[in-house]
Design a protein around this ligand. Structure first.
Ligand SMILES: Nc1ncnc2c1ncn2[C@@H]1O[C@H](COP(=O)(O)OP(=O)(O)O)[C@@H](O)[C@H]1O
Ligand SMILES: [Mg+2]
Length: 296
């Protein structure tokens, strides 16, 4: 890569501490949204456009060395390349007052927050479709995300989920990438051992979806029956549960090759939930028994 951040980096001025109310050029920091270990994300007001944005500011110590600068450059360029309805769009990326910032449209919350409240099954199905579409698009552009987890999906109005945080993403080059970075909780066993592939993203994606329906996050060695399987079986059509099981098979070769294959298989499933009629009957029964209990 001939054009390097270092050109811009040469311009850096003295860096002040950031706090709520601080200004970075036209952005005024309003609230801290998250801290993922290497960067802080703030809600900020774009004072020219008069609307809120999310602004990601990597820790100063990570911007200071050449390797990290290269990582940031990769993150920015990957995100700039991936224009998709279910990937968070990058609005701006540059140095402001010696600080590197990435700016995105402000979402409502992460899927991790959203999952702490009740989620209608039909909404969870829509989320599954959107998540698979986002990773499939990355894969079809030869990009591995490597950190697919609920914290990295952002919810926008009208239940639109978008994938973000390509901080660990890599262009698949054919050779195995010897790195075990990523979040252990959603990580495929082979990725934890330093061999991430498209199939590892498929695994993480499957695990997020499994968790939405089962309410449980299974752990290594991911052997069936997984915790929460009874609940998942009660809600999901066998075909859809099999689709999830294939995605989270501990053996990579038994999974979908990539999220594109996973998406194609999902498109074949007409009725992912057990029939609505049975659900209605079940809730009518529970309402009846509540009434009976109250009457008693
Ligand atoms: N566009 C956004 N809108 C709202 N919240 C966001 C947005 N981007 C990130 N966040 C919040 O900040 C957290 C960290 O952002 P992320 O890009 O994943 O950074 P990190 O690399 O530090 O994990 C997310 O988990 C989410 O809660
Ligand atoms: Mg993150």
């Amino acid at each position: 890569m001939a054009v390097s951040f270092k050109i811009f980096f040469g311009d850096r001025k003295v860096v002040r501490g950031l706090r709520i109310g601080s200004r970075l050029d036209k952005y005024r920091l309003v609230k801290k949204l998250g801290y993922g270990g290497f960067a802080t994300v703030y809600a900020a007001l774009d004072q020219i456009e008069n609307r809120q944005v999310a602004i990601k500011v990597p820790e100063e110590k990570f911007v200071a060395d050449a390797g990290s600068l290269e990582d940031l450059q990769r993150e920015v360029r990957i995100m700039a390349k991936l224009e998709h309805e279910h990937i968070v769009p990058l609005k701006d990326a540059r140095f402001i007052d010696g600080r590197f910032v990435m700016v995105f449209p402000l979402g409502q919350e992460s899927l991790a927050c959203r999952m702490q409240r009740r989620l209608a099954h039909q909404t969870a199905i829509e989320f599954a479709h959107q998540m698979v579409a986002s990773v499939a698009f990355a894969h079809s552009n030869k990009v591995l995300h490597r950190d697919v987890k609920p914290e990295n999906f952002i919810l926008y109005p009208n239940n639109q989920l978008k994938l973000t945080d390509f901080g660990l993403a890599r262009i698949q080059s054919g050779r195995a990438n010897q790195s075990a970075s990523g979040t252990l909780a959603y990580m495929a066993p082979e990725q934890a051992m330093g061999r991430p592939t498209f199939r590892s993203d498929v695994f993480s994606l499957g695990l997020v979806i499994y968790r939405m329906f089962s309410g449980q996050l299974p752990e290594y060695p991911f052997e069936w029956p997984l915790p929460g399987a009874t609940r998942a079986r009660r809600i999901l059509a066998p075909e859809f549960l099999d689709w999830i099981r294939k995605a989270i098979d501990p053996v990579p070769s038994k999974r979908f090759r990539d999220a594109v294959a996973m998406q194609n298989a999902l498109a074949q499933i007409r009725q992912p939930l057990k029939t609505v009629r049975r659900k209605a009957t079940a809730s009518a029964t529970s309402r009846r028994s509540t009434r009976q209990r109250k009457a008693a």
